[in-house]
Design a protein around this ligand. Structure first.
Ligand SMILES: *[C@@H]1O[C@H](CO)[C@@H](O)[C@H](O)[C@H]1NC(C)=O
Ligand SMILES: *[C@@H]1O[C@H](CO)[C@@H](O)[C@H](O)[C@H]1NC(C)=O
Ligand SMILES: *[C@@H]1O[C@H](CO)[C@@H](O)[C@H](O)[C@H]1NC(C)=O
Length: 466
């Protein structure tokens, strides 16, 4: 359980009349002084506050940080009749049930149809460059983008963004009765963009293997969460991904390389990193060029983190367990003001759950859990990470403090129709809530916030700064 940050305040607020006013005032002043002193020694707090102050002066960023409420009403016809309520008194239909129910009358709220698709080919007029989380997003050829569980690489050499993800444009089925919904491996899709809104399909850059049944990429296996980073020393683009069999018992990572961001990638091998099972995973390249792998392990109970070798093609012997026993997956790691941050989800299969933000001074830990970063929408929206699951957090090096939170709104009934939820994520200012685990001596972490918006766009200054 978390400790109270302001033990004095709560004691006085219980309203003891014997307590003289001057003691209260003195204590409050003392408290404030202590906090001030504390903030002075707490480096990340100061750094982020300054950056935040600088950014907040931009009105467009203020707009992104506006809290937008969402009123999703339960469909009337679905309310249980008194009779059925009697039969099943415990069962109440929730918005999450509606979300998971293919035949829900409010399905269009979670999965808007093709008519509302974001289409960069159409003269979108004032809608141009606007993100609509959850709507179908078309590429420049007019096809829905297939880059699920993905990540974005900014290629310095071509000054182009590349979005890699699972190409899932096939039928969804269950391999066996109890198996999870799946789509055969097709490969890793790649899309390129200069503006992060108009995406050109660069094709499948790592393709499934059709015939060889013992190959990791055989279509009946599993390939999830591909991520690509560039190795400055070798000049190679290195892809890491979760490789599994249909029943998720292989629990390995796979590695592929290419000398071009648009592939084709050459598949090297798979392994269990550090000898452990590895399911949801990501990789992160630090400012100093050292790359790390972060993966859910020990049956998803912990996350493991460790540096990759210099060529990024293997893990080293260094590995730390973090968020031990917390059962987190879908890690997305980023850095701001010298501090590492991570967004994770809970483990509930394809169903959405509550995100948590974590922070650490050293990437290998210890990591502190800050709480749910989601803001706006309504309680259910916040509790379900906007009905989606984290996959990547994209920084803007020249706009410190602003990130794009990338998430997947999975559609387990038809996985190829899963949607993308991109929202602004900001780091800065004082935390709005006490960290879940607070230890005296740990920094006063900055606030990590992901803001719900039905419709939003990146600030113009970002494009001008390019
Ligand atoms: C587009 O925006 C401009 C300026 O804000 C406005 O005058 C115009 O009516 C808008 N057009 C549409 C179709 O909404
Ligand atoms: C099938 O894949 C395995 C594992 O990658 C490989 O060792 C083997 O040579 C492949 N067989 C053929 C016929 O390509
Ligand atoms: C999982 O699948 C593999 C082959 O795909 C099989 O060898 C293994 O026995 C299966 N394990 C379980 C627990 O079903």
């Amino acid at each position: 359980m978390s400790r109270n940050l302001f033990p004095f305040a709560s004691r006085f607020s219980t309203g003891s009349s014997s307590c003289s006013m001057s003691i209260v005032v003195l204590s409050v002043v003392g408290c404030l002084l202590m906090l001030h002193l504390y903030s002075l020694v707490s480096q990340p707090y100061i750094q982020n506050k300054e950056i935040h102050a600088g950014m907040s002066s931009h009105p467009l960023l203020l707009k992104l940080e506006a809290v937008e409420e969402e009123n999703i009403k339960m469909p009337r016809q679905r309310r249980h009749s008194p009779r059925s309520a009697k039969r099943k008194p415990r069962h109440t239909t929730t918005l999450i049930d509606e979300f998971l129910d293919e035949s829900s009358p409010i399905r269009h709220i979670f999965f808007p149809d093709m008519k509302t698709a974001i289409d960069p080919n159409k003269d979108a007029g004032n809608d141009s460059l606007y993100y609509y989380p959850g709507k179908i997003w078309l590429d420049t050829e007019g096809n829905p983008i297939q880059a699920h569980g993905g990540g974005v690489l900014f290629d310095e050499r071509s000054r182009t963004y590349y979005w890699y993800g699972e190409y899932k444009d096939g039928p969804t089925y269950h391999a066996h009765k109890r198996g999870a919904a799946r789509v055969d491996i097709m490969g890793v899709g790649c899309y390129s963009s200069k503006d992060l809104w108009t995406w050109k399909n660069e094709g499948i850059v790592l393709a499934a293997e059709g015939k060889n049944e013992t190959h990791d990429l055989h279509k009946l296996n599993v390939l999830e969460r591909p991520k690509v980073i560039y190795n400055d020393k070798t000049g190679e683009y290195v892809m890491w991904m979760h490789i599994d069999n249909a029943n998720y018992t292989k629990a390995s990572v796979g590695v592929a390389v290419s000398d071009s961001p648009t592939g084709p990638f050459y598949y090297l091998y798979s392994k269990r990193p550090h000898g452990f099972d590895s399911r949801d995973m990501t990789i992160f390249k630090d400012d100093d060029g050292v790359a790390y792998i972060i993966y859910s392990s020990e049956d998803n109970s912990d996350l493991h983190i460790g540096p990759l070798t210099e060529d990024y093609l293997d893990v080293t012997s260094v590995m730390k367990r973090i968020l031990v026993g917390k059962h987190r997956e879908a890690p997305a790691l980023f850095k701001h003001g010298g501090i590492y941050y991570m967004i994770t989800s809970g483990c509930t299969g394809w169903a959405p759950n509550k995100a948590l933000a974590h922070a650490a001074k050293s990437i290998l830990g210890p990591w502190n859990t800050l709480g749910n970063p989601c803001i706006g929408g309504n309680e259910v929206v916040r509790f379900t990470t906007f009905f989606s699951q984290s996959t990547y957090v994209l920084p803007f090096p020249r706009l410190p403090g602003l990130f794009i939170f990338m998430a997947d709104r999975w559609n387990p009934a038809n996985l190829r129709d899963s949607r993308y939820v991109w929202l602004p994520l900001t780091v800065g200012g004082t935390a709005n809530q006490r960290p879940l685990e607070y230890n005296f001596g740990s920094p006063l972490w900055s606030r990590v916030a992901i803001y719900w918006h039905k419709r939003w766009m990146l600030p113009d200054i970002w494009r001008k700064k390019k």
